[in-house]
Each structure stands twice: as structure tokens, then as C-alpha cells.
Ligand binder design. Structure first.
Ligand code: SF4
Length: 262
């Protein structure tokens, strides 16, 4: 993996790195941090900052990795859609992204951070590259035992969720409680229905997150949410839309109007 030095974008609380594989496929990796109190999103019912102090990597350190270059799911709001080709990244290529960020921050040790989190939330659908994802998780877990892994999926049919346990958390991209609208937003045929998503059970010590990046108020229906997603197993998250060329092309705007820092 080659990281492209002049393609970094720096934010107040982190960096987006652009890299390419040996065979020239683009890869995006993020390195961000936040104050530790923002971890308590369930208790605070939101994760906004209370002041301008952004914390540092000894508090909450999050590395967002790609598991594919490009993505075959083609969500209507996702900037990954600008890439025509895709390919699965190897476990080595997934690990290289993590090690690159760690090596760029020698003042911090992941084992000493109050939270060290690997978000499999950049490019790609982890369950379409599950063997490499699992292998990368096992290798990183052995090296940095306090790592919290966070996987986001649209809910690929026939996936196994039983291995998601302990410090691994699952997020499901729901985005609309209207099945046909969800099918338009996430035009991947081989995915679970809303009802089937509600039957997912993991062995994680944390609840499964249901992520709703709402683009229309009509996409929210509390009765369907209550019918299928038992609060014993699921935590509901409302997210802003990070606008990009693809979301603009599809004339999509998020209902939540605050911006993600990165
Ligand atoms: S599954 Fe994730 S990476 Fe793939 S198109 Fe949808 S939002 Fe983008």
C-alpha cells in the first residue's frame, strides 16, 4: 500500500489519508480523536461536543479503515459511488492502513488510549469481504488487545453474525423504514429486509446500532421501528449526511443538519 503524501486532508480532530494499492486501487483511511465523554452517546442521547476542546488520541482514538476499494453496493448518498471499479482488500492491506496511522502518531500508544477503536466504516461492505476482515481483526486484536472494532453493514443475506462478540460491535445501515425507499437508497439486491434486520443477534457486549441517515421525514416510522427493533438488542442512531458529489447528483440532503467533524 502506498500512501500519497500530497493527498492528505487535515481536520481539527484528525486526518483523512488517501493511499493506493500496488495495483493502483484507491483506498481511504481516517485518523480521528475526540474527548472521552463523547463515548457516552447513549447516556447523553447525542455525542455533541460541550466546548472547543477536541481531546487527543489518549482519550478516544478512532481509525476508519476501508475493507474494499470502491464498493459494489452503490448507496445513493455515498461518495464511493464515484469509483467505477472495486476490489476486496486483503487482510494485509486492511492492517497496513491501521499500522500506518499508528506509526504516524508515535507519541501515543493504542494500548494506553482510554478507547482505541477501529471503524470498518470507510470504503466497502465488510460482509462482502468477510474472510479478510475477520483475519485482520484477529491479528490487530492480538497486537492491541483493548481495541474496539466497529463494523457497519447494509445486512448482506446469509451472513454469520455469531462471531461478533465481546469488543466487536455491529452497525446496521437502515436509513429508511420504507422498504421500497430503502431499496432505492441501497440498491444491492442480496440484502436482508427490514424485518429480517430486526432478527439479527450478535454476541457483542454492546447493542447493535441501527443507523438512520434520514434524507426525508417520510422515511421515519416509529411504529415500524418499534415493531422490528427490540430496544433490548438495538440502539438507534440518527446521523447527518456527509454531502458529496454522488448525494448531490441524487439530490439528497440529510434531515439532521449538524456536520460531522470529519
Ligand atoms: S455500503 Fe457503505 S461504502 Fe458501500 S456504497 Fe453503501 S455507504 Fe458506501
Amino acid at each position: 500500500m502506498i500512501f500519497i503524501k500530497d493527498k492528505y486532508r487535515t481536520f481539527k480532530n484528525g486526518i483523512v489519508y488517501l493511499a493506493k494499492t500496488e495495483d493502483n486501487y484507491p483506498v481511504e483511511t481516517t485518523d480521528t480523536f475526540l474527548p472521552y465523554y463523547t463515548k457516552n452517546a447513549i447516556g447523553r442521547k447525542q455525542n455533541k461536543l460541550i466546548n472547543n476542546d477536541l481531546g487527543n488520541r489518549s482519550e478516544r482514538w478512532m481509525i476508519g479503515v476501508s475493507c474494499q476499494s470502491g464498493c459494489p453496493v452503490h448507496c445513493k448518498f455515498c461518495g464511493t459511488g464515484r469509483l467505477r471499479k472495486y476490489r476486496n482488500l486483503t487482510s494485509k492491506e486492511i492492517i497496513e492502513q491501521i499500522e500506518y496511522v499508528i506509526n504516524n502518531n508515535r507519541d501515543y500508544n493504542p494500548n494506553d488510549s482510554k478507547e482505541f477503536k477501529i471503524n470498518l466504516t470507510r470504503m466497502g461492505e465488510p460482509f462482502l469481504n468477510i474472510d479478510n476482515v475477520k483475519e485482520a481483526i484477529n491479528i490487530i486484536k492480538n497486537k492491541y488487545p483493548n481495541t474496539h472494532f466497529y463494523l457497519s453493514t447494509v445486512g448482506i443475506k446469509n451472513s454469520d453474525y455469531s462471531w461478533i462478540k465481546d469488543n466487536i460491535t455491529l452497525q446496521i445501515s437502515l436509513h429508511s423504514l420504507d422498504e421500497s425507499k430503502r431499496n432505492w437508497l441501497i440498491p444491492y439486491i442480496n440484502k436482508l429486509s427490514i424485518e429480517e434486520l430486526g432478527n439479527i443477534r450478535t454476541n457483542s457486549r454492546l447493542k447493535t446500532t441501527i443507523n438512520l441517515t434520514l434524507v426525508d421525514e417520510k422515511d421515519f416510522d416509529i411504529s415500524i421501528l418499534k415493531r422490528y427493533f427490540d430496544p433490548k438488542y438495538f440502539f438507534i442512531k440518527l446521523s447527518p449526511l456527509n454531502i458529496n458529489k454522488i448525494s448531490d447528483k441524487n439530490k439528497l440532503n440529510g434531515i439532521i443538519q449538524s456536520n460531522n467533524l470529519i
